[in-house]
Design a protein around this ligand. Structure first.
Ligand code: SAH
Ligand code: SF4
Ligand code: F3S
Length: 436
């Protein structure tokens, strides 16, 4: 029998890319490719890229540069570029880097095996009408206890800074039955926690089995009915799509975890308007109040951008004030990066050193909040889903309901066990707990 061909995948960017990479691996396995962790032995290298900030996009080119000697030594090596840079730059990638054999955009992954066989175009970045997920082969093997499941793709929000509406296209929701079938299949193969994914996941909607139009909260309840599934999470949501039924689900659906990533980007109404976020800081705070009324212990996280064009010192202080007012469990903050083709790209930038200083100030505050949120867990009892063994003999590592990493001495436990533990200690980026 012929040796299986080896596929090395590097994934950049968000969880949707992580999900897509695993689906592409499955699609390629039908063509005899097995995954390898070792790039040097690969017959095909697939770079699944991110275009969100300049630094993310430039990583592709430095990685391609590093692949040159390997390709020179091994001319049969196939190099493929997928993801959001593929979508945004298309042909330009092969022009700039002729060593690239294939370029495939995020909506065309089902064509990747044919392209790799040489039966397709070299560059494919269409937005076909069909659902790529329909054409990807079903997963087959046993799975880790946690999994991603994409339910929605694309974005119609057009925030002034963001490339996603251009790289991922218009908002599309996958149909209820397909999502439920995939969720059931995951659970049958050992998954106990599913994270529902979408660029605007809470904007998901679709025709329900009962003949009614369902919103995202209803979908969560339907998934929660699957026996053997213990936890549901979702990301990323937009504040304007936090519907009443979703907020209610946070109050009374026990499988929905008390954790919500709800990016606000800025605490200044001027900047929010310039970003085209379509809500004010006060509206966001009022929304947080309603969510906390439904689920008082919910952990909130957000994304922030420092130095958006036109941002003044006062705007920046308004953002710090909003961060203080909300009290986040953790948050991501980024320096504004002008992206080609976006409305904000032509606007005058805040001086670099000013943006850097603001970013640092924001990150210092967010780090303090993260530390406080972790320390507040000490003495509490939380569920931990064990995902792997720790470095110390008998130690297990898993995630708490609030998504904190927790280390527990549990010699008899197995990966996939969900066990209540008492948190005993808070370290830099994790917690320690003991069995009860
Ligand atoms: N759909 C999600 C965000 C996707 S992008 C949402 O609406 O919140 C993830 C994060 O990257 C964004 O929340 C934003 O904070 C950041 N981001 C996006 N474009 C950016 C840019 N041009 N410069 C800096 N940060 C950016
Ligand atoms: Fe980008 Fe805004 Fe859409 Fe989020 S909502 S993906 S930030 S355009
Ligand atoms: Fe990046 Fe595309 Fe995700 S730009 S953040 S990989 S949707």
């Amino acid at each position: 029998m012929a040796e299986p061909k080896k596929l090395f995948i590097k994934t950049y960017g968000c969880q949707m890319n992580v999900y897509d990479s695993s689906r592409m691996a499955e699609a390629m396995s039908a063509d005899g490719y097995v995954l390898t962790e070792d790039q040097a032995e690969a017959d095909m290298v697939l770079l699944n890229t991110c275009h969100i900030r300049e630094k993310a996009a430039e990583k592709l080119y430095s990685d391609l540069g590093r692949l040159k000697p390997m390709k020179a030594e091994k001319p049969d090596l196939k190099i493929a570029v997928a993801g959001c840079v593929a979508q945004a730059e298309g042909e330009e990638i092969v022009n700039r880097m002729p060593l690239v054999d294939l370029v495939v955009g995020p909506q065309s992954y089902h064509k990747l095996p044919a392209m790799a066989r040489g039966e397709g175009p070299r560059v494919l970045t269409e937005f076909p009408a069909e659902d790529k997920f329909d054409h990807l082969p079903k997963r087959a093997t046993r799975r880790a206890p946690t999994a991603f499941l994409t339910v929605q793709e694309g974005c119609d929000k057009f925030c002034a800074f963001c490339v996603v509406p251009y790289t991922r296209g218009a908002e599309v929701s996958r149909p209820v039955e397909r999502i439920l079938a995939e969720a059931r299949d995951l659970v049958e193969r050992g998954v106990r926690e599913i994270t529902l994914l979408g660029q605007n996941v809470n904007g998901w909607h679709g025709a329900g089995a009962d003949g009614h139009e369902w919103h995202f909260g209803r979908l969560i309840r339907a998934i929660a009915e699957i026996d053997g599934l213990d936890r549901i999470r979702y990301t990323t949501s937009h504040p304007n799509d936090m519907t009443d039924d979703l907020i209610e689900a946070h109050g009374d659906e026990p499988k929905l975890m008390p954790y919500l990533h709800l990016p606000v980007q800025s605490g200044s109404d001027r900047v929010l308007k310039a970003m085209n976020r379509k809500h004010t800081a006060a509206e966001y705070l009022r929304l947080i109040e309603r969510i906390r009324a439904a689920r008082p212990d919910i952990m909130l996280t957000s994304d922030f951008i420092a130095g958006f064009p036109g941002e003044t010192d006062q705007d920046h202080r308004d953002t710090l004030k909003l961060i203080e007012d909300v009290g986040y469990g953790t948050a991501f903050s980024f320096k504004y990066s002008p992206r080609p083709g976006t409305p904000a790209a032509g606007r005058e930038c805040v001086p670099d050193d000013v943006a850097d200083a603001r970013l640092q100030e924001m990150q210092a505050l967010l780090t303090r909040q993260q530390k406080a949120a972790q320390e507040s867990m000490v003495g509490r009892r939380v569920g931990v889903l064990f995902e792997k063994t720790g470095r110390i003999e008998g130690q297990m590592v898993g995630k708490s309901d609030y998504l904190h990493s927790v280390f527990v001495e549990a010699p008899d436990a197995r990966i996939g066990d969900l066990i209540e533990v008492e948190i005993t200690h808070s370290a830099a980026n994790s917690l320690a707990g003991k069995l009860l």
